[in-house]
Every structure is written in C-alpha cells, then in structure tokens.
Design a protein around this ligand. Structure first.
Ligand code: MN
Ligand code: MN
Length: 292
C-alpha cells in the first residue's frame, strides 16, 4: 500500500514530468541541436524544483533507449528522424518515468502503435490482472498496425530512489506474470519497431549508475564516485562529470562493479522504433496515471 504523502510526491513528480516533456518535445525540429534540447529539458526539471531520476534519454531511429548527449555533442536533428524522449523526474526520490516520440519523418502509424499500446494497457490495469495480460494488449495493438513490439525491453516497478524493481511489465503476451495489487507503482513502456523487435547493445555508453560502495583505489575513480554520491544510486550521464580524467576512470569502475553501465540499445540498423511511457499507481478499481 501507499500512504497519502507518498502518493502526493509521485503525483507532483508526474505533473512536472508531463509539463516538461510536452514543452520540451517542441524543441525537436529539423536543424535543432541535440545537445541543446537535452540541456534545456534537464534544466527545466531543476527550475521546477524537482530532481532528475536519470539523464534525459533521447534516442534516434533504430536506437530504442539509453542514448543521451555527450559533452560537446554536435548532432543536429535531421528530416526523417524518429526521436524518443524519455524523462525521469523525482520528488524526494519518488519517480515519474514518462516517454514520448517525435516524428520528423512520415511515420504516423509507427508512433500511433506505441501510443495505442500504452493506452490499451493502461485501460486494463486493476487489481487481479496479470502483467502478462498487459503485455498481450501491447503486442496486439502494435502487431495489428504491422509493427513488432520490442520483446526484450519492459516496463518496471518503481520505488523511492529505485528505478527498476518488480513487477516486470512485458511488451508481449506472456503466461501469467505478477498479479497486480492495489498500491503498486510501475511504468508501462511499449516500443514499436519496423525492425526485428529485439534490441542489442551498441558500443556507445553515456549513462551509468552506482551499484556499490566498494572502496576505489585509483584517485580518478575515487573522484568520480565522490562526485556522484548525491545521486543516491540514480543513474547519471558521462556528460555531467567534470573532466576527461573521469571518462578514463569509467570502464574500470564498471569492471570492479562499482558502476553499472547502460549502453545504447538498438534494433537492426536502418529500422525505426517508437516509444510511449507513463507511470501509474494501482488503485482499488483501476489506476492513477501520474504522468498525464
Ligand atoms: Mn522511461
Ligand atoms: Mn521506464
């Protein structure tokens, strides 16, 4: 169950996330700077008095998730781009996770597929329904439009300063899964693809997360760990680190399991992926969507 004070924090985070993402998506136009869009949106969250639950994910075309700007990122949006904006906002650690897609090409039905999948899944949420039934609704809405759901990306439970925990909400129909209960908080995030419907890791790595407090011997590594302690285990961007030395320390910190890395996840080269996501709280008769 969830107390009123906590629910209020989830709702406040959700209201801010909804406002910032709907304003921020207007900045995605042909010729606009990728880095400027990312920095503008991240800055708006701070102006609203909230924290970022993770760096703004802005993933293009076949990239489904986990891309964000690097320092000095020179990319510009180009005609045909399908851009997924995935924003995480928190109030006192209580997270709103929401995503939308901006189409700079001519792919309205691809965008509609993940949108309708999300809406239909949300419409099914109430105590007693299984996560697998939500996945089946998602799969149906995407496949009926001629696309593939991304099977190896899922929705996920949320908790204070925790971005991924059970239940897992699949994007395909599965037998059973978690039975939903009143008070559960989770994100549903369908991805629709023109590609294989599975993502793989790319070599590009921009987003990291602290996963242990093990002591670090190397000074540059220790400096990175000191600079991210205020994240309280929430992910951070390589771009947020102060200097080049920190970059060099990152692979070692991943190897020693001080950090987890989130490589960019992509479907097949040349494919296009759309995504929509909302965070919700299960009530006795349905759910409250916090991120509308
Ligand atoms: Mn998200
Ligand atoms: Mn999510």
């Amino acid at each position: 169950m969830i107390d009123d004070e906590t629910l209020e924090k989830y709702r406040e985070a959700g209201t801010i996330a909804a406002k910032v993402i709907s304003e921020g998506k207007k900045g995605i136009r042909v010729g606009a700077s990728y880095l400027e869009v990312v920095e503008l949106i991240e800055g708006r969250v701070a102006e609203e008095g909230a924290g970022l639950a993770f760096p703004l994910n802005l993933s293009l075309n076949e990239d489904a998730a986990h891309d964000t700007a690097s320092a000095g990122d020179a990319r510009l949006f180009t005609r045909g781009d399908v851009a997924k904006l995935d924003l995480g906002v928190h109030i006192d650690g209580y997270i709103a996770d929401t995503a939308t897609t901006v189409d700079l090409g001519t792919n309205p039905s691809l965008v509609e597929a993940s949108y309708q999948a999300l809406e239909h899944a949300i419409g099914k949420v109430r105590p007693g329904v299984t996560a697998g039934e939500l996945g089946a609704a998602i799969q149906y809405e995407i496949e009926i439009r001629g696309f593939r759901p991304v099977a190896n990306l899922t929705g996920h439970g949320l908790d204070q300063y925790i971005i991924h925990k059970p239940p897992t909400i699949p994007n395909i129909g599965t037998a059973g899964g978690t039975v939903l209960e009143e008070g559960m908080v989770f994100a549903i995030e369908p991805f629709a693809s023109t590609g294989s419907g599975r993502v793989k890791e790319k070599t590009r790595k921009e987003i990291y997360q602290q996963i242990s407090n093990k002591p670090v011997r190397i000074p540059s590594g220790r400096a990175v760990m000191e600079c991210i302690t205020d994240r309280r285990g929430l992910p951070f961007a390589r771009r947020w680190l102060p200097n080049k030395k920190s970059d060099i320390a990152l692979p070692g910190l991943v190897r020693t399991h001080n950090l987890h890395v989130y490589p960019v996840l992509a479907d097949t080269a040349g494919s296009l992926v759309s995504q929509h996501e909302h965070t919700l709280v299960v009530t006795d008769t349905g759910c409250i969507v916090t991120t509308r």
